[in-house]
Design a protein around this ligand. Sequence first.
Ligand SMILES: [Zn+2]
Length: 230
Amino acid sequence: MFLSVIALVAVTLVIPMVAEAQLSSGGHYDAIASALAGFPVVADGEDDYTEWSSMLPGLDPHAVLGFTHVFASPSTSVYHHIYLAPPIWSTLQQIESAGVESVPQQDAATAILTLTHESYHLRFDSSDESRVNACALRDFGSVLVNQFAVPQTVEQSQSAPVTATVRVRQAIWRTIHGKRVRRYVYRYVSKTTYVASTVTVANPAYESLVSAAQSFVVSQPPPYNSGTCS
Ligand SMILES: [Zn+2]
């Protein structure tokens, strides 16, 4: 599967088709794409493959998860827009309404990485797929934390046994000079109590999303899987 930027596709060819397509733009993902890019970006999601195909002449629409026009002129309607494929957009919609954990982890990782990847084309003003993808993967964890409310660690309460030796007083009766007398003796006994505490542990959801993003990138063809973020 490709995360594709169509930087070199003639912009003039695409503009009228974009204008005709019924794209939905959610303010929520505009805000996230803008935060990722560092300036205002519009995230356009497609919900229909026929329309998606019409935006990608000559390409396999199912192989393209997202694209953007990196070098579009500010006077065009595609300037600082990113476009997201139907499965990516529907996953993001589901995440927005019910949280990251409401979708399969591989879907969530792919959608979030695609959103980040396309936003990073604009942030770095770069059509270098290998570098853009490497940077998106490098920052995937912080995107989870900062934009998707998936913390890296979670607090876990635990109850730990604490065993201590305590001195207890015990009354006994003795007979001294024929009289019954009460005396006290002290004994040491072992006593276990349970102490509640909170520990910070790795968040399993965070860990598995990060590893899902890594395996997604590894599964991509060059140049997507071979870059470094510098
Ligand atoms: Zn790309």
